[in-house]
Design a protein around this ligand. Structure first.
Ligand SMILES: NC(=O)c1ccc[n+]([C@@H]2O[C@H](COP(=O)([O-])OP(=O)(O)OC[C@H]3O[C@@H](n4cnc5c(N)ncnc54)[C@H](O)[C@@H]3O)[C@@H](O)[C@H]2O)c1
Length: 413
């Protein structure tokens, strides 16, 4: 049965709203009804009104509108706490883009406030609801790697505030320079959320890094401060070891101080999954395990095989007892494979209508921000950090056919 739509108001009509969220909220998810939008730069809200027919209003008007059930906080990180707090104090449920707050203390304050008010508070990233992370998690749960034992994630991008990549818009002064901005906060959450989706809560953290190269010079000739020295006040490199409650141990390395690499691997007693980038909804999944190469007649359409490791009959004879491995590409089983930011909000709307727990529950966002905070502390103190928060693995999404309406049905559970 078609559920009653959830009326939402959007604060923050910048880049991600214009290019991704607004079209998805208005055109893609039936459960979402966007009744208003606001931005401190009024022309941005007006643009949404003209292009999507969503009424431009002030933040105060939106907070006081009794029709609106959920505030969608798409402001930049500097304003996340102000807007989420205001919304909760006005009795609204909140969906907030990542990270939920610049500091662990502020995130905890919001978490406690939502709990005290009995309101639903969910946080991005929602990419872990996408096709590849859901499919990879199912493969792990179904035993494709045997008993999972380790996870390794590494992401680096040369992503520095002094580079010409950064323009002179005010948000960029916050984004790379101040605590709560910077690469581990911007991209780290995607990896931590994907790992939590696969293995659950993290028990202990050890690590190094932090703000290793604070002194910089503006290198963008168009920048008004070109040539001047400045300081970065946020961690840009973190190298960490994680111990999960379920016994899996792993590494998480993230930096914006080097050229780019990316790796995400889960290894178990029977095999290894080489995975993609959890910032994407869709990516490749490769399995390497003994005897993984199915007979030709059982090979699924779309499965790719790494020719280099294909096993020949006489190899098996020569190798005696040793069982050779093969690497195969596994198909994606789930929907939400294209750019569908906002799926976490749609999931929250079904959670509200069906009285269930939302998959992007803020206890994951809080746990993720504590991990980043913990790695910084470990770097400073040289101690292992015992996590103070925990979260449950979100419920898996059912596999689905690749059509928007079939995909959305899987959230109505
Ligand atoms: N840009 C991306 O590719 C991307 C991808 C994924 C997630 N995100 C996340 O989405 C959020 C927004 O990113 P963005 O790139 O769209 O930023 P942006 O700077 O382009 O847009 C943010 C908008 O919020 C408005 N705003 C800020 N504070 C406000 C306040 N107090 N009241 C009303 N309006 C306010 C700004 O005027 C601006 O228009 C961030 O949390 C970011 O981490 C961005």
């Amino acid at each position: 049965m078609q559920k009653e739509k959830v009326k939402v108001g959007v604060v923050g009509c910048g880049g991600i709203c214009k290019g991704t969220y607004m079209p998805n909220m208005v055109n893609r998810f039936h459960i979402i009804d966007v009744v208003g939008c606001a931005d401190k730069i009024e022309s941005r809200a007006k643009w949404m009104e003209e292009h999507y027919g969503v009424k431009a209003m002030s933040v105060e008007e939106m907070m006081n509108n009794p029709e609106i059930e959920v505030i969608v906080n798409l402001t930049y990180p500097e304003s996340h706490v102000e807007i989420s707090k205001m919304a909760l104090e006005h009795g609204k449920h909140v969906y907030c883009e990542k990270m939920m707050a610049p500091t662990f203390e502020e995130a905890k304050m919001l978490y406690d406030l939502a709990k005290e008010k009995g309101l639903m508070f969910t946080t991005a990233p929602d990419t872990f609801l996408g096709a590849w992370v859901q499919s990879a998690t199912k493969y792990i749960d179904d035993g494709f790697v045997g008993e999972p034992r380790t996870v390794h994630a590494q992401i680096s991008r040369y992503y520095n505030p002094e580079s010409p990549f950064f323009d002179t818009a005010p948000k960029y002064f916050f984004f790379p320079l101040h605590y709560g901005g910077g690469f581990p906060f911007d991209l780290g959450g995607y990896y931590i959320h994907a790992m939590i989706n696969m293995f659950g809560s993290i028990k202990r953290v050890a690590g190094f890094g932090g703000n290793l190269h604070p002194e910089r010079t503006y290198l963008n000739p168009n920048h008004p401060k070109y040539g001047e020295a400045f300081e970065v006040n946020t961690p840009t490199t973190q190298v960490a070891a994680l111990e999960f409650e379920n016994g899996v141990v792993g590494t998480f390395n993230i930096t914006s101080d080097t050229q780019g690499t990316q790796m995400f691997t889960v290894a178990g007693t029977q095999g290894v999954l080489d995975l993609g980038d959890p910032n994407n909804f869709s990516d490749e999944i490769f399995l390497t395990r003994p005897g993984a190469l199915p007979e030709k007649r059982f090979q699924l359409p779309g499965m790719k095989y790494d020719e280099k490791v294909e096993v020949k009959d006489n190899d098996v004879q020569q190798l005696g007892e040793w069982t050779p491995s093969a690497r195969v590409q596994l198909p994606l089983l789930h929907g939400f494979y294209d750019s569908c930011r906002g799926v976490g909000l749609a999931d929250m709307c079904y959670a509200l209508r069906n009285g269930r727990r939302p998959r992007c529950h803020c206890d994951i966002g809080l746990h993720a921000i504590e991990v980043i905070h913990a790695i910084n502390l470990c770097g400073e103190t040289g101690q292992v950090y015992e996590m103070t928060t925990r979260c449950d693995r979100p419920a898996p999404i059912r596999p689905s056919a690749f059509s928007p309406s079939c995909q959305e049905v899987t959230l109505d559970d």
